[in-house]
Design a protein around this ligand. Structure first.
Ligand code: TTP
Length: 630
């Protein structure tokens, strides 16, 4: 459901950069003889030549489309080169594309806040850089402007690609009397052109970009002139741009909401929305969505660019079309094993490389019933706290699948037959960076009685290697990633998480609080999960259920006893460990050290010690200074 956010400022400079026919470019870099040749990348599925997932611009000129299969593309363009995506574990391995995307992100992030939105697109907030440029070397002071900037498309300028195009664009860029907001966009155009050239020089990839005052408009613009071009949306051109834009082309309106606007209100273009008041739209679609629609019709969007260079979640999935649909529990389990192994590898790599931990595992499936006609019922997505290691992932994924299947088939239905699975995926989400200073905490756990090894350690360490690798810089495993082999086969980097993150997921997510999730994560999933539901929902002072358990202070300082900690959720050994092994003086915690902790833990600390906060003094540079064993 779209969320309306107040327009933060209409003088922001936001760019959306999208790689051109990305997988094709990656393959052409690998095999340079394919450059300039009609080329397409096909799925790992040889039926009718495989489905096309990326089509080069030379092939597009010959009429090849992404909706075609290889055989059809060959008919339309006999000289086309069809490259099959790399394969691992019997399915597509998108590793090479993901790594290429990372190369690009590292370049694009040089000039401002950078949000990696998918495998091949990013948003940039270039406001600061543009303001600086405007102050120090405004475009009108430049003697010459790079060709790449002059080739920009500026919406609302009547250049129509004529011979004077560059002259007209130059005039706009250097207009001393222009709207100050346009001047900032002009600076944005200079910066983006420069970044795109750097991408080309350093990676050999071309990309296209949209430059506007907000994310929504920048995204719309980046696709308007492809490949290898950029489009600027001055404030004055927004109304014309949206007036004729088909409603379904707008981000977040491609689905049910867009259909409802069409069918129920007869709204076909974004401009058609202008005739509805905000109140009316709120009446029809709720306060948030109503306001969001009202803003959207006016080109207003307050969404911030989030600083994020890494994926928000990892997903591994596979589609089983036609006769390959899965019909038995054992075939589902076999595939879940493959998917969980792959997911586990990627989680380990993320942990080792980026020191990030995922907290939620979600299973999605598409299914139909063979026995009745009521096949519209969706297979419910199911989530649980994520435990590290392929074995545990598999165990949990199987449980989630069985839970989903029971619901899907109804409690009375026969769960062992009468269904077919056409799509299966496992997703790891809620990925949080381990604060830099805390990596040593897990090392200390190694020193403890092996019989009392914390479950945090055992989850991190399920493969018996991960933590050691993290501490001692062991060899990294290869990132392997795959998505389902359908048209939705997108790498899972976007905030929207297109392939797997559905609204369904949220609805079906067990209603556990953050605190409860942490308990599950840190403890033995099954036992603790059942305990969690028995716990009082309110948070009691002194009750520590997250990483704080491991960092338990001397009970005298908090006036907290181990029985307060038990709260039904800690195992005996964990209690012993936390009370006997760890000690620190809360009065001496340095504020900057607390700042290193994840936000929820900070909040927990402050909730425990509201009055201590002010007393925190500088003590050491790492959280480990405070949390070392006695
Ligand atoms: P897109 O950015 O949608 O398309 P593209 O980069 O191939 O082409 P364009 O120049 O029009 O932007 O997708 C990026 C990559 O994601 C694409 O190269 C292949 C992959 N992809 C899939 O695997 N499945 C899909 O359904 C889509 C749309 C893309």
């Amino acid at each position: 459901m779209p969320v309306a956010r107040p327009e933060s400022s209409d003088s922001r400079v936001i760019a959306h950069v999208d790689m051109d026919c990305f997988y094709v470019q990656v393959e052409q870099r690998k095999q340079p003889h394919l450059r300039g040749q009609p080329t397409a990348v096909v799925q790992y599925n040889s039926w009718q030549g495989g489905g096309l997932i990326a089509v080069g611009y030379e092939a597009r000129k010959d009429g090849v489309k992404r909706s075609m299969r290889g055989d059809e593309a060959k008919k339309v363009c006999p000289q086309i080169h069809l490259i099959t995506v790399p394969v691992a574990r019997g399915k597509a391995d998108l590793n090479i594309y993901r790594n290429a995307g990372s190369e690009v992100v590292s370049i694009l992030s040089r000039k401002g806040k950078c949000e990696r939105a998918s495998i091949d697109e990013v948003y940039l907030d270039l406001t600061d850089a543009a303001e600086k440029l405007l102050k120090e070397t405004p475009p009108e002071s430049l003697e010459s402007i790079h060709e790449e900037v002059l080739k920009s498309h500026v919406l609302g300028l009547n250049s129509n690609g004529d011979d004077n195009h560059k002259e007209i664009v130059k005039e706009w860029l250097q207009n001393k009397n222009g709207d100050p907001r346009d001047k900032l966009l002009a600076c944005g155009a200079l910066i983006v052109a420069d970044l795109r050239l750097q991408v080309l020089q350093e990676t050999q990839f071309t990309c296209s970009a949209g430059i506007a005052h907000n994310k929504m408009l920048a995204k719309l613009a980046s696709g308007m002139n492809k490949p290898a071009q950029q489009t600027v949306v001055p404030f004055s051109s927004v109304k014309d741009l949206l007036e004729a834009l088909p409603i379904k082309k707008m981000k977040q309106l491609g689905g049910k909401l867009g259909s409802s606007l069409q069918v129920d209100l007869g709204v076909n273009t974004v401009g058609d929305l202008l005739k509805y008041s905000e109140e009316k739209l709120q009446d029809l679609y709720g306060v948030n969505t109503g306001t969001w629609l009202w803003n959207t019709a006016r080109g207003m969007n307050g969404e911030e660019v989030e600083e994020r260079l890494l994926p928000k979640s990892h997903a591994s999935g596979k589609t089983f079309r036609g006769p390959s649909a899965l019909k038995t529990l054992s075939s589902v389990e076999n595939w879940l094993k493959e998917l969980c192994e792959e997911l586990s590898e990627r989680l380990q790599t993320d942990l080792e490389t980026n020191k990030r931990i995922a907290h939620t595992l979600t299973l999605h499936a598409d299914a139909y019933k063979t026995t009745d006609t009521d096949s519209h019922k969706k297979f419910p997505s199911k989530s649980c706290p994520l435990r590290y290691g392929a074995g545990k992932l598999l165990e949990d994924a199987i449980n989630l699948f069985q839970g989903g299947l029971r619901e899907y088939m109804n409690p009375m239905g026969n769960q062992f037959c009468g269904w077919k699975i056409t799509n299966l995926s496992v997703t790891a989400s809620k990925i949080i960076a381990i604060p830099s200073g805390t990596s040593s905490i897990t090392k200390y756990f190694h020193c403890q009685d092996p019989g009392e090894k914390s479950d945090l350690l055992s989850t991190l360490n399920d493969s018996h290697e991960s933590e050691l690798k993290m501490e001692f810089g062991g060899e990294q495993s290869t990132i392997t990633h795959d998505e389902s082999e359908t048209s939705f086969d997108r790498v899972d980097l976007s905030s929207g998480h297109e392939s797997c993150s559905t609204s369904n997921q949220n609805e079906l997510q067990p209603k556990l609080s953050i605190k409860e999730t942490k308990i599950n994560h840190l403890s033995n999933g099954k036992n603790i999960r059942s305990n969690v539901h028995k716990r009082k929902p309110t948070k009691e002072k002194g009750e520590t259920s997250s990483i704080l358990r491991f960092l338990q202070t001397n009970s005298s300082q908090l006036g907290q006893t181990s029985s307060a900690m038990e709260g039904g959720s800690l195992t005996k050994s964990q209690n012993r460990q936390t009370t006997n092994t760890w000690g620190y003086n809360l009065d001496e915690i340095d504020q900057s050290v607390v700042d290193e902790l994840p936000r929820e833990i900070q909040e927990e600390l402050y909730a425990l010690l509201p009055r201590k906060k002010a007393n925190m003094v500088k003590r050491g540079s790492s959280i480990a200074h405070y949390f070392s064993p006695k």
